[in-house]
Design a protein around this ligand. Structure first.
Ligand SMILES: NC(=O)C1=CN([C@@H]2O[C@H](COP(=O)(O)OP(=O)(O)OC[C@H]3O[C@@H](n4cnc5c(N)ncnc54)[C@H](OP(=O)(O)O)[C@@H]3O)[C@@H](O)[C@H]2O)C=CC1
Ligand SMILES: O=C1O[C@H](COP(=O)(O)O)[C@@H](O)[C@H](O)[C@H]1O
Length: 497
């Protein structure tokens, strides 16, 4: 791997602490960072290099998954870290930053390969990219890359505007849009997993009846009211993570592994989705907001009683959608997506239901997180997994060795210059295009906001969305159970009757 400088905007923030430093540390322990590596952390607050390093150390002690927490190893890792005050609006701060970056490059004898990681609010993306360009920070002999976190725009128009601005400073090949769902091991190996489980012929001959993708959370809005109350489930999860999951599942098998192959296939799929008209949105989308209720930890307040949320907020914390593709392979197979906060179970799961007569169903289930696995559930008994009849093996043997965290995987890929598991602009634009009529329908109040009790599976209308077509949302009884003794065993999938 080439030597590199990692310029981290938002080095004092939550994401840096919880995800970026632990990921970098794990890469360091696994010897997957460049041997010459420099990190310059940026923020407005005044910090000495030593205080910054000790803050990073604290975040490793709190959040690193590494078994190696040896003080000497951490100290060695932190040698690469420096801190610099920078206000994103102040041009002179970029000039100072350039000097610091160059000094460190000289000191370490590093070729100028610079990765600019924007772990700051999206309102700063444009300003930072422009200032990187104008200050000369982006003029390098080696490579330069821009890594940005979501959200990428607020709607179709703002996303296009932002992209145009970023393109004045960085080429599309240099922009790495993080969607951490694309860093999840089960997502990266979806095609391979499906093929290991069932051959394409089997998939075809068994004839899929429906696909459902759920990302259910038990958490509420937490400390993010300011952001979330303007984003809602549709922008926070659906437009990006959920549509990316759909694309990764439905790109034609077998599994692809390079950006040249994956990108066009993903675009083909998202283009194949039947567009919605805002007046019809209510027939395909259910929007919800959590009310007070009970989760495992006890009683919780409703969304509008959460700190920082307006008491009359109409923001969505849940969305369920019915999509249809015109792609020849997926045509006639309804695609259901749902995601929400304060639901009964924390799970990201894909369920492929096969056509069978009667109420019993064969299911192929991909558990993406927090537990990973792929299971086949035969119709005759929901208790049994047919390992004999179909070549199903269990999860772990499929997974890439050693990489289990999305941020580790994505940061490593970005340092290597591999964009396969980053969101390409075309996908982002096409996703916003598909979502735009829903945003408009929300805005114009063309569909109801259903209040669901915290700790439930969301509004009953989301069940009806499937029931109309003769389907149900599947859940793992053990995972959703409040009884800890029954959790963590082999999943068995049921639906609410
Ligand atoms: N936290 C999370 O779990 C996730 C976050 N994201 C995205 O990651 C990004 C960062 O989020 P998060 O870490 O939670 O945010 P925080 O609010 O915790 O941190 C924001 C960071 O930005 C810096 N900052 C704010 N204003 C300025 C300014 N004018 N000039 C320079 N630096 C500034 C702050 O430093 P200082 O105060 O020192 O200036 C701080 O380091 C956002 O885009 C968010 O949407 C995406 C997915 C998950
Ligand atoms: O990006 C986000 O994802 C998390 C859920 O991620 P997961 O990996 O735990 O499934 C979500 O809580 C958050 O609101 C959203 O911004």
């Amino acid at each position: 791997m080439k030597p590199a400088t990692f310029v981290l905007f938002g080095a004092t923030g939550d994401l840096a602490k919880r995800k970026i430093y632990p990921a970098l540390y794990q890469l360091f322990v696994d010897q997957k960072l460049p041997s010459s590596f420099s990190l310059i952390g940026l923020g407005r607050r005044e910090l000495s290099h030593e205080t910054f390093q000790s803050n990073v150390e604290q975040s490793l002690l709190n959040f690193s998954r590494s078994e190696v927490k040896d003080a000497a190893v951490i100290k060695k890792f932190l040698r690469a870290f420096r801190y610099q005050v920078l206000d994103v609006e102040r041009k002179e701060d970029y000039t100072k930053l350039l000097r610091v970056v160059e000094e460190r490059e000289e000191e370490l004898n590093i070729t100028p390969n610079r990765m600019f990681y924007l772990s700051v609010g999206p309102e700063f993306f444009e300003t930072i990219a422009t200032n990187i360009h104008e200050s000369g920070l982006g003029s390098v002999d080696g490579w330069k890359r821009l890594v940005i976190e979501k959200p990428f725009g607020h709607d179709l128009e703002s996303a296009r505007h932002l992209n145009q601005k970023l393109n004045q400073a960085f080429d599309e090949t240099e922009i790495y849009r993080i969607d951490h769902y694309l860093g999840k091991p089960m997502v990266q190996q979806m095609g391979q997993l499906l093929h290991s489980a069932l051959s394409e012929q089997e998939l075809r001959s068994r004839s899929m009846a429906s696909i459902q993708i759920s990302a259910n959370e038990t958490l509420g809005v937490e400390e993010r009211a300011g952001y979330y109350d303007h984003a809602g489930a549709i922008r926070d999860m659906f437009q990006n993570h959920m549509l990316q999951l759909l694309m990764m599942l439905t790109i034609e098998l077998p599994n692809r592994s390079s950006v040249e192959e994956v990108g066009p296939l993903k675009r083909k799929i998202i283009k194949s989705l039947q567009p919605l008209h805002k007046m019809d949105v209510k027939h395909h989308i259910v929007r919800g907001q959590y009310g007070a209720g009970e989760i495992k930890e006890g009683q919780v307040v409703g969304y509008t009683n959460e700190p920082g949320i307006a008491s009359d907020s109409q923001n969505d914390t849940f969305i369920a959608a019915r999509l249809q593709s015109n792609d020849p392979f997926w045509k006639d197979i309804p695609l259901y997506i749902r995601t929400g906060k304060r639901l009964k179970e924390k799970v990201t799961r894909i369920v492929i239901e096969f056509k069978l007569e009667g109420p019993l169903k064969d299911l192929l289930i991909i558990e993406i997180g927090p537990n990973e696995g792929i299971f086949f559930q035969k119709s005759q008994s929901v208790q049994e997994h047919s390992e004999g009849e179909l070549p199903i093996r269990n999860q772990v043997s499929f997974l890439k060795e050693g990489v289990t965290d999305a941020y580790e995987s994505l940061i490593y890929d970005a340092l290597m210059g591999d964009k396969t598991y980053f969101a390409h602009w075309d996908e982002v634009e096409l996703s916003w295009e598909w979502v735009q009529p829903i945003l408009e329908a929300y805005q114009e109040n063309l569909l109801p906001l259903h209040i669901y009790p915290a700790g439930s599976f969301g509004p009953l209308e989301a069940d009806e969305l499937l029931a109309r077509d003769g389907f149900h949302w599947w859940f793992d009884n053990k995972n959703a159970s409040n009884d800890e003794a029954t959790q963590g065993n082999v999943p068995t999938y049921h639906y609410n009757t």
